[in-house]
Design a protein around this ligand. Structure first.
Ligand SMILES: [Zn+2]
Ligand SMILES: [Zn+2]
Length: 380
């Protein structure tokens, strides 16, 4: 199989009937990228069988991450086994595998966290509890005096707030379906045709979004028109935005660069820069981006968490809502008005839209109607 090009392997993937995809996923003569794409094409319930095959044969462990991210419950029956097999032998695990942890597993982890002592298993219990996102698990962490609790929760998009734990990730996630001309760097045709995050159909029940062009807001520092990243008019449901019906996410290229910046939105959703001006090192390379209308796809929970490393330049990371695809450490920006951490409103992938690379993360503080822009770059 090694003499067969990746294009030919994708052709084989294309001609594989759905009921034979599972065998292709587990065929370790196939390129990892082709197999990962095959995982993404399987119906979600078929991922239970893939995980079962991997667990019982001990082969293709590299696909556990991919399958478990898309279908956390596929790993639920295997978590106790994975812990005993790997953690007890000081082997690496991925805390995100515990996103599908059930009550029994959460009880076990909470007991491990309460057991005095330090070390790998103790820390992993805390990280896995955070990743499970279950109320009982977060309650156990909120009560814990462990110094690392805030970092564990941040990795799962959560924050201690009062007596409890608050999620910084809104319930909805919508993928932005950019038309080809808006993308400076064309994707390999098999990806735009095959990967569900690219090939999804737009949801006709959702509003469209405007990207690019100029905002109707003027920069308060230099009086230039601001540049529009996303106009949400109206804001789709489930994104944690209730204080404004319309939100214009825009910035001034002359006054704000790739440092963090913040904007207060008036009643009509128009932004005003409220952070200090920063050195204007652009995160966007093009001087002008024409306004384009972008349709939305609601792909459900399967694609609401996308990992930077696993996506590996093959997935559409342009989204509203969902959990941010952090390139570096999780970095939910604080609201400059109230100091609470903002929730995840959107992310844009400049490696797809332009040739600069990196992601821009849009945060939102609903009571203050304030947006933040944060940027991470893979080559920094
Ligand atoms: Zn300006
Ligand atoms: Zn605020």
């Amino acid at each position: 199989m090694s003499a067969v090009s990746i294009e030919e392997q994708f052709e084989r993937l294309r001609s594989t009937p759905p009921d034979a995809l599972r065998a292709l996923v587990l065929d370790d003569r196939m390129h990892d990228l082709v197999r990962a794409c095959a995982v993404s094409l399987l119906p979600p319930e078929a991922l239970d069988g893939v995980i079962h095959d991997i667990m019982t044969t001990g082969r293709s462990y590299s696909l556990v991450d991919e399958a478990a991210l898309q279908r956390p419950t596929a790993l639920t029956p295997h978590l106790a086994y994975l812990w005993a097999m790997r953690v007890d032998n000081d082997l690496d695990i991925e805390p995100r595998w515990w996103r599908g942890a059930d009550a029994t597993e959460i009880d076990r982890l909470a007991a491990a966290l309460r057991t005095p002592g330090r070390g790998y298993a103790h820390e992993l219990a805390g990280r896995c509890l955070a990743e499970s996102r279950q109320p009982a698990a977060w309650a156990a962490l909120a009560d814990s005096a462990e110094p690392e609790v805030d970092a564990w929760l941040a990795a799962a998009g959560a924050r201690r707030d009062g007596d409890g734990v608050r999620s910084l990730v809104p319930p909805a996630c919508y993928h932005l379906l950019f038309e080809a001309p808006a993308q400076a760097r064309p994707r390999a045709p098999w990806l735009t045709r095959w990967h569900p995050t690219w090939a999804a159909g737009a949801d006709p029940g959702l509003p469209t979004v405007t990207h690019g062009g100029l905002s109707d807001a003027i920069c308060r520092l230099c009086a230039a028109p601001m540049r529009r990243l996303l106009l949400l008019d109206p804001v789709p449901a489930g994104l944690g935005v209730t204080s404004r019906a319309r939100v214009d996410i825009a910035y001034c290229r002359a006054c704000t660069g790739s440092e963090r910046s913040a904007y207060r939105h008036d009643d009509a959703g128009r932004p005003t820069l409220v952070s200090n001006p920063t050195d204007a090192v652009a995160f966007q390379s093009k001087e002008e981006r024409p306004a384009v209308t972008v349709r939305l796809a609601a792909l459900g929970p399967r694609w609401a968490v996308q990992d930077w490393g696993l996506a590996n330049d093959t997935q559409n990371l342009n989204r509203l809502g969902g959990e941010p695809t952090w390139i570096e450490r999780p970095d939910y920006a604080p609201c400059p008005t109230c100091g609470r951490l903002t929730t995840a409103l959107a992310q844009l992938d400049w490696g797809c839209l332009e040739d600069t690379g990196g992601l821009t993360y849009v945060g939102w503080c609903d009571p203050c109607a304030t947006s933040t822009l944060t940027h991470q770059h893979p080559y920094r």
